[in-house]
Design a protein around this ligand. Structure first.
Ligand SMILES: [Zn+2]
Length: 226
């Protein structure tokens, strides 16, 4: 995956209605921060940035798209000035991601045949909800709805109402990594945040979760996005 995003806590005075939903930034395909500083002036990085106001956003978010466009989301009650300040603070990260996106674009892609993709998606629709419900029963949490989606950014998400969305690409992962993502979402039905209490629930239900998180960071996605 070439696209990235970075989540920023709202500045004081901007309320975070918190959490009808978990965004699970730590199980985004590659949530790693930049590995080292890259010195590029913020002005040149942000020259072509697109600022988009989204009243439903809770935070300032910077994304570097696969085509190299920097996109900055301005949350409810946020300002463009704050958005620029935030993006400037992220300049090293943005530079690293722009370089990565450029390398990715230059790299020849392994493309899966459409019929292979279709078969994987069908398998995901059949197997992932069944496994999720199995785990939900095991940990006594109530799932109201399961959707299999083609998210580019998330492996999964969970709403307060118990609606869990899963990325079909989970089907291509080793079972124990997939189970971690499923358990992660299920544990949000106990805690809609990523607090230490939440991680305690995850650790109790999935003792090798640290290993699974490391796997996700290392391998990112298996089939390229369709
Ligand atoms: Zn989460």
């Amino acid at each position: 995956m070439t696209q990235q995003r970075f989540v920023f806590e709202p500045s004081p005075g901007i309320q975070d209605p918190s959490a009808g939903r978990s965004d699970c930034p730590e199980i985004l395909p590659d949530p790693r921060p930049p590995s080292g500083p890259v010195k590029t002036p913020a002005s040149s990085l942000l020259k072509s940035a697109v600022f988009v106001r989204n009243p439903r956003a809770r935070r300032y978010v910077v994304r570097v798209r696969a085509d190299g466009v920097v996109r900055v989301t301005i949350p409810n009650r946020g300002s463009k000035r704050q958005a620029i300040l935030f993006a400037e603070q992220q300049r090293d990260w943005i530079a690293t991601e722009l370089a990565r996106a450029e390398r990715e674009r230059a790299r020849p892609r392994e493309v899966l045949a459409p019929e292979v993709l279709e078969a994987l998606r069908l398998q995901a629709k059949r197997d992932l909800p069944a496994r999720l419900l199995e785990l939900a029963a095991e940990f006594s949490v109530m799932v109201s709805r399961v959707t299999i989606r083609n998210q580019r950014w998330r492996w999964g998400s969970c709403s307060r109402a118990g609606h869990i969305s899963l990325n079909w690409r989970l089907i291509t992962m080793p079972d124990w990594v997939r189970d971690y993502v499923l358990i992660h979402e299920l544990m949000h039905l106990r805690r809609m945040d990523h607090s230490p209490v939440f991680w305690k629930h995850v650790a109790a239900a999935c003792p090798n979760y640290e290993e699974a998180r490391a796997w996700l960071r290392k391998f990112k996605t298996v089939p390229p996005p369709a």
